[in-house]
Ligand binder design. Structure first.
Ligand SMILES: [Zn+2]
Length: 320
């Protein structure tokens, strides 16, 4: 190989390298790179587990403060569910205490527009044995969460900054407990919602429980039988059906979740699945496995690309 040829080869390699870098960003040419601009910055605050005990109030306020005082302040907050410590297995008095506390601490101090997702701990009384509920209470079950978050339905969608947002309800009742799935009515709604969304509009899906998860392998001792066993209340048991639906809609780009209190990121069939740890960390007891307490910062761009970063926050109180 003579000198000129080698130089030519190096030049081509450099061009290939640049092409790959742009491809990673979802871009195809430098002219498109110029046009790419951020349209929205989101803070994803999941698994706050607010309660009067311990450091939960102090920690929630510290996290909210940090998000509000950020130089490049988010335009939008998404809560990821399990916003209160628990009403699933709690009596009416405790549920009342937590809704009052949520309004005093979160609602009063959140000045950024916010959309809420319902988590299993936000559903009142489904554990009838421990909550003493009959099921006939006017704000039983998800009604309690809908009142708390001032939403008309536990799942819904909206548009913002050229993106379509879908907020799912992962909690499906099974006896005194729950599993992670969409019932048929919600799945049909999701199908229709994606169908009527312009295929050129990028979609962000928010659920409390992950649709796909890496950290589910690490939590607990679920390999002790000699096989991996992922419980149906950790990861959507209907993931296969949802993924098949997403396959028909390549504009579904990003799925955010919580529930696991660990940070992870997986890519499957062109969709990125991010589980954004927990504001409460290990239920206000510090890190959970390798994940420090924190929240997600997501930047959305006009070309359907995005960046996600998990940020531990400085004001997390020392666990008591
Ligand atoms: Zn949860």
């Amino acid at each position: 190989m003579d000198k000129i040829t080698r130089r030519e080869v190096l030049k081509r390699m450099a061009l290939l390298g640049a092409g790959t870098a742009l491809g990673t960003l979802g871009l195809t040419s430098s002219s498109e790179a110029v046009r790419r601009r951020r349209v929205l910055r989101i803070a994803h605050l999941t698994d706050i587990h607010l309660q009067p005990e311990g450091t939960a109030v102090e920690g929630t306020l510290a996290c909210l403060r940090e998000v509000h005082e950020m130089k490049d302040r988010p335009n939008l907050i998404l809560t990821g569910g399990d916003s209160v410590m628990d009403v699933f297995a709690q009596r009416r008095e405790r549920a009342n205490t937590l809704s009052k506390l949520w309004r005093e601490v979160f609602v009063t101090n959140c000045k950024i527009p916010v959309f809420h997702c319902v988590g299993n701990h936000d559903v009142w009384g489904w554990n009838k044995e421990r909550s003493g509920c009959t099921g006939n209470e006017p704000n039983y079950g998800k009604k309690w969460a809908m009142e708390l978050f001032e939403i008309e339905r536990p799942y819904y969608s909206f548009d913002r900054a050229g993106w379509h947002f879908v907020v799912l309800d992962s909690t499906f009742s099974v006896g005194n407990s729950y599993t992670a799935r969409l019932d048929d009515a919600q799945f049909e709604w999701l199908q229709a919602d994606l169908q009527r969304t312009d295929p050129k509009t990028p979609v962000l899906v928010l659920s409390h429980i992950p649709i796909l998860s890496v950290c589910a392998y690490i939590d607990g001792n679920n390999e002790k039988t000699g096989n991996w066993v992922i419980p149906g209340d950790w990861v959507h048991i209907d993931a296969r059906r949802i993924i098949q639906l997403f396959h028909k809609h390549p504009n579904v780009k990003l799925c955010l979740s919580g529930h696991m209190h660990q940070y992870d990121r997986a890519e499957y069939d062109g969709v990125t699945y991010v589980c954004n740890g927990a504001v409460s960390g290990s239920w206000w007891g510090g890190n959970y496995y390798q994940t420090p307490p924190g929240y997600g910062i997501i930047d959305l761009f006009n070309d359907g690309s995005f960046t996600c970063e998990y940020r531990p926050y400085k004001g997390y109180p020392k666990p008591q």
